[in-house]
Design a protein around this ligand. Structure first.
Ligand SMILES: *Cc1c(COP(=O)(O)O)cnc(C)c1O
Length: 546
């Protein structure tokens, strides 16, 4: 008996025969059919939720062993589908974060990626993804206003990977010898106090040190305060520090605040002139907001998509900020957020490919790839060695949606949020909406009178703010118990405010309504409000009982 016969049956064919293909397709059909049976649009979760007892993971640890004898594909399907039970599904009941429902084109792109199993480190190993990567880099460069002949891009480990990669470029550009000798000990980075923790981690990992990460106050609209930026950068320079990097967040994770990149660029340029400094690197953290560059060329006069006036107002505001994103040295497209593709599909986009020379490896360091006589695309400047071909699902998605398709999707996030804000304010006398109109609405309930204006203007005491925080935290706990029905997000640091009676800045707790499902439409809003009302009634009664 040939043992390899049995093993070969676990693989796709070599010759494209129908029998093996039918097997693969029928098993996929079986998986998707069983998966679909778990779906219920009235619930957030797939099938029954397992009981998350104290020893849930300990039980898994004690019962997990590699089977002596492999099980059948049918049994394998049955086993892996158990993992899906109780999993949240990003349907219209999911309102917590920018978590996508991967679109069909991206799923097919992913499938092709897996079937080819290219390694995107080198085009000889991964010709398809290399080709797709060059395509999407050019496509998206044209959208954001980078010169496609001068720009470069590669898919990497998320928006966070883009921040890390950009910081590495910033250091190497200014201190090319630092790759060999280590970094100077007086480098400083700047970001909004509301920026994502990606930069915090990156200053840790590059050895700059988190003490050298300077956080800039945020304005009422959650954008970085430019005066504070200017002042803090000057202070650093006057004390002998070197400003090496500014992170401009365009779409803060919780509140969608957008930093004014043109003014940031003006500040860095004027400081460079005044103190005779080399160029300070600016990375636009567009992980959340980047997709809205798809409106950069939208004509609001003719309004070809016939978007409503209030939706246009919001998008016009975005356009005025995002059309300047090309001023950044680099940026990112996190398609697995508002672009509706599977994790991880992030393109790190660099304005000037010459910057990559500072981090590229010498060919003698890369004996495995690229230095043979064939293949002209090898990415020895990435931090990854092997790289998945996630440019393929992004490419598929861009083709299937087109600019207009993405515009419709992105406009609907705004439309639904406008409706939600209106209905929320009508339904609750004790609520404040605490951010600008965007794909996310943050809001905060009050036990009695709404005191948001006092809080945000430094007129509330620490104790008063904390009491409202607690009230909202309790409510988040209460509705969180019913997250198998509808799942709202929450944040414990929507922003920081001054308290009247202390010198510390106090974080604000808020609830989040993040609408990223294509199935979330204005018709759903009533349902969300009813859910909140139902539990607010219970919540306020419980408080009375206490
Ligand atoms: C989500 C997010 C990140 C991190 O992106 P990942 O793709 O999760 O790594 C970075 N910055 C901002 C502003 C984000 O919203």
């Amino acid at each position: 008996m040939n043992y390899m016969d049995e093993i070969q049956k676990l693989f796709p064919s070599q010759d494209g025969n129908k029998e093996t293909r039918d097997l693969l397709v029928s098993k996929m059909n079986q998986l998707i059919t069983e998966f679909d049976k778990l779906k219920n649009p009235a619930k957030l979760t797939l099938g029954e939720m397992p009981e998350y007892t104290e020893d849930y993971y300990n039980q898994i640890i004690s019962t997990s062993n590699v089977p002596e004898q492999g099980i059948t594909l049918d049994e394998t399907i049955e086993e892996i589908l158990k993992l899906a039970k109780g999993h949240r599904y990003p349907n219209s009941n999911y309102l917590a974060n920018a978590t996508p429902l991967p679109n069909i084109a991206s799923i097919l792109g992913n499938l092709l990626m897996v079937l080819l199993n290219g390694n995107n480190v080198w085009d000889v190993e991964g010709a398809a993804a290399a080709n797709a990567e060059v395509r999407i880099t050019s496509m998206l460069s044209k959208i954001v206003g980078y010169d496609p002949n001068q720009s470069a891009g590669y898919t990497t480990w998320g928006g966070q990977g883009a921040v890390f990669n950009s910081l590495r470029l910033a250091i190497a550009r200014q201190f090319p010898e630092a790759n060999r000798t280590g970094i100077p000990n007086n480098l400083y980075c700047f970001c909004s106090e509301l920026s994502h923790y990606s930069l915090y981690k990156s200053v840790e990992a590059t050895g700059i040190g988190t003490d050298h990460l300077i956080r800039i106050k945020a304005n009422r609209d959650h954008s970085m305060n430019l005066q504070d930026l200017q002042q803090k950068m000057e202070e650093v320079i006057q004390n002998g520090g070197i400003p090496v990097y500014v992170l401009a967040t365009m779409g803060t994770t919780d509140t969608f605040g957008i930093d004014h990149i043109r003014e940031i660029k003006n500040i860095t340029t004027s400081l460079e002139e005044k103190y005779n400094l080399p160029p300070i690197y600016i990375h636009a953290d567009t992980a959340m907001g980047g997709m809205y560059t798809f409106f950069n060329d939208y004509d609001f006069e003719t309004n070809p998509l016939q978007l409503e006036e209030d939706v246009c107002q919001v998008l016009k505001g975005y356009q005025s900020l995002f059309k300047d994103v090309h001023l950044a040295d680099s940026m990112v497209f996190d398609f697995h957020k508002l672009g509706q593709t599977p994790y991880i599909t992030s393109l790190f986009l660099i304005k000037d490919k010459m910057n990559l020379q500072y981090v590229d490896l010498d060919p003698t360091e890369t004996p495995y790839v690229g230095n043979r006589g064939y293949g002209s695309y090898h990415t020895s400047y990435t931090l990854e060695c092997s790289r998945m071909g996630s440019a393929i699902p992004i490419y598929a998605s861009l083709l299937a949606f087109g600019i207009k398709g993405y515009q419709q999707l992105l406009a609907n996030y705004i439309r639904v949020n406008l409706e939600f804000r209106k209905k929320l304010m009508q339904a609750f006398p004790n609520v404040a909406v605490t951010n600008n109109v965007s794909p996310v609405t943050t809001f905060r309930f009050y036990p009695e009178k709404v005191t948001w204006e006092e809080e945000v203007n430094g007129k509330a005491t620490y104790e008063e703010i904390e009491a409202v925080n607690k009230y909202n935290d309790n409510f988040a706990e209460l509705i969180g118990l019913h997250r198998d029905m509808i799942y709202f997000g929450s944040t414990k640091k929507q922003r920081l405010v001054e308290a009247r009676n202390t010198n510390t800045r106090v974080p604000i707790y808020a609830h989040k309504f993040y609408t990223v499902s294509p199935y979330t439409t204005v018709q759903d809003v009533e349902r969300y409000i009813d859910f909140l009302k139902h539990f607010m009634d219970i919540h306020s009664k419980e408080l009375v009982l206490i």
